[in-house]
Design a protein around this ligand. Structure first.
Ligand SMILES: NC(=O)c1ccc[n+]([C@@H]2O[C@H](COP(=O)([O-])OP(=O)(O)OC[C@H]3O[C@@H](n4cnc5c(N)ncnc54)[C@H](O)[C@@H]3O)[C@@H](O)[C@H]2O)c1
Ligand SMILES: [Zn+2]
Length: 351
């Protein structure tokens, strides 16, 4: 497994942005978009380093948070690009977490039928997950990520030092996806995390985690670029997670927190089906707890969670397809699970 060409990973490498863009043949004027939080921290420096390298830069900030991932926001950005004179040969750069990456990537995919784009991923979730695989898009009032495209950036810049300013809860959110990568596909990586996990904000640990997750996710995506088969393995923990998010109005928990609860549910199902020993489930849940993640939910009734799962985008004729584990690093995709087992696990997960 290796890191794809369009991905640059390191510490302090945001300073190399102009060179990295040159190496990726990404010329043209730059249209840099950040959310207000990230813009306040890194917007000016990013802009200055591009200008010092002779680029003309237009800069725009948007409101932070998931609500920005909407068609009203894309429309505002198209108007801004047009007013600023953005052309097909120019370059759009997303500076921020997964929200800015998904939104700006979608704008880049559709403005003038597609312009090049790059992203500087600033959240752990964005570095280990959303910056790899080329999925971009926005939400509709009727559901998340319902409009989008596959449109890979020319550069995903992943600088672990940018994670130092991330609020602890957002860091924990990313750790859920990191641990997921180990549990589904890489036992050795899981064991490395078990051995080294002490301070979740330790930059060299973060760097090692980002690198390994990128390798794992990129390998899965290369196998199934359009998400029609094995890529579903990345959905481990997400069947229950999406239902909890929907039933709690996307407010109570971060995405990663619901993924952690969902992983605990998927491991419990795997154990009840006799696929894993209780010790495997315990090790997974211990590591999630060490990252500061919950294993139980509240704020929604188990019956509502069950009902929401039948409406999941990835369900087949109203029945969820489960990603389960047969050991650490050994996931299986597409299982149907007896409703009584699911009901009992979802009810045990309630606080
Ligand atoms: N495209 C994909 O394949 C894919 C995969 C997973 C998730 N996603 C999407 O990603 C989004 C979630 O991403 P997210 O968790 O990064 O959310 P986010 O972009 O909202 O970032 C979380 C919060 O952290 C702040 N932040 C980000 N980087 C920071 C930094 N370095 N310092 C201080 N604050 C910082 C942001 O301003 C925001 O308030 C969802 O919309 C989800 O659908 C996409
Ligand atoms: Zn996820």
């Amino acid at each position: 497994m290796s890191v794809p060409d369009y991905v640059a990973i390191g510490r302090g490498i945001v300073a190399d942005l102009p060179d990295l863009l040159d190496r990726r043949d990404a010329s043209g004027n730059v249209f840099l978009i950040a959310d207000r939080n990230v813009g306040g921290l890194y917007g000016a420096a990013t802009r200055q380093s591009l200008e010092a390298a002779g680029r003309q830069v237009s800069y725009q900030e948007i409101a932070p948070g998931e609500t920005a991932k909407a068609l009203t926001q894309t429309s505002t950005l198209y108007d801004w690009l047009l007013a600023e004179g953005a052309e097909r040969g120019d370059l759009i750069i997303a500076l921020g977490g997964g929200v800015v990456g998904d939104l700006v990537g979608f704008v880049a995919a559709t403005y003038m039928r597609g312009v090049k784009w790059a992203q500087i991923a600033t959240s752990l979730l964005a570095q280990v997950d959303s910056s790899i695989g080329g999925k971009v898009g926005v939400d509709l009032p009727g559901g998340k990520n319902l409009v989008g495209a596959f449109y890979a950036p020319v550069l995903s810049l992943l600088d672990a030092d940018l994670l130092l300013s991330l609020p602890p809860r957002q860091l924990a959110c990313g750790w859920a996806e990191v641990i997921k990568h180990g549990v589904i596909l890489d036992c050795q990586f899981f064991e490395l995390l078990e051995a080294r996990f002490d301070d979740p904000a330790e930059p060299d640990l973060l760097l090692a985690a980002v690198r390994r997750c990128v390798e794992i996710k990129a390998a899965v995506v290369a196998d199934d670029p359009l998400d029609r088969g094995f890529r579903a393995v990345l959905n481990y923990g997400h069947t229950i997670a999406h239902a909890i998010e929907a039933c709690t109005g996307y407010q109570r928990y971060t995405h990663g927190e619901t993924v952690a609860i969902g992983m605990s549910g998927a491991a419990a199902i795997s154990r009840r089906l006799g696929l894993i020993e209780p010790a495997v489930e315990r090790r997974q849940n211990d590591l999630l707890a060490r990252a500061g993640l919950p294993s139980r939910y509240t704020g929604a009734a188990p019956e509502d969670i069950l009902e929401a799962m039948t409406r999941d985008k990835k369900a087949f004729r109203g029945r969820p397809r489960w990603v389960l584990i047969e050991g650490l690093g050994e996931a299986t995709v597409g299982s149907e699970v007896d409703l009584e087992i699911v009901r009992s696990v979802v009810s045990d997960l309630h606080e």
